[in-house]
Write a protein that binds this ligand. Sequence first.
Ligand SMILES: Cc1cc2nc3c(=O)[nH]c(=O)nc-3n(C[C@H](O)[C@H](O)[C@H](O)COP(=O)(O)OP(=O)(O)OC[C@H]3O[C@@H](n4cnc5c(N)ncnc54)[C@H](O)[C@@H]3O)c2cc1C
Length: 151
Amino acid sequence: MRRSEREVKDPSQIEEIMAQAMVCRLALSDGESPYLVPLNFGLGDGCLYLHSALQGKKIDLIRKNPRVCFELEAYVEVLPAPKICDWSVRYATVIGTGRAALLEDAAEKIQGMNAITRHYSPAPHEFTAEEVAKVAVIKVMIESLSGKKVN
Ligand SMILES: Cc1cc2nc3c(=O)[nH]c(=O)nc-3n(C[C@H](O)[C@H](O)[C@H](O)COP(=O)(O)OP(=O)(O)OC[C@H]3O[C@@H](n4cnc5c(N)ncnc54)[C@H](O)[C@@H]3O)c2cc1C
């Protein structure tokens, strides 16, 4: 990282940024063009969980190429200053890479759906078999993570 003083190396701080983030920006590629989608997410052991309709561009791309990059951010705030060139932004971000897999097993899908629910609400939720069947659950096994924090 060019601004090395901004690098977050402590794994517990990286975890904290991930826990505070509300949106996961998932970048996919068909080998020619990048494609990026904002998604809700949940955290697992060394992985991210995402959910989706069963069809769509991101599902097609994951099937073609499971390699992904993702970004999560927290504490974002624009900091104005009298001179425009002195404006700043406070943020903490994590960028990672990994491999996405579409889960088939119902128990594994429920594990992922629970992780996503837990990220946004402490209230437990029971999923019916029908709810599980009509949603795609994506597990991203994380291969690399970097963290950066400003202000
Ligand atoms: C904060 C946030 C959270 C979200 N959480 C989820 C989630 O958890 N699960 C989920 O499935 N979806 C979520 N969405 C919607 C998601 O961003 C996609 O719109 C959706 O998943 C469809 O993606 P797709 O690749 O299947 O697109 P398709 O329906 O196949 O459409 C592909 C085309 O639509 C365009 N497109 C797709 N999504 C968007 C978009 N968001 N904005 C502008 N153009 C778009 C693409 O550029 C492409 O040309 C969320 C959106 C936001 C903003």
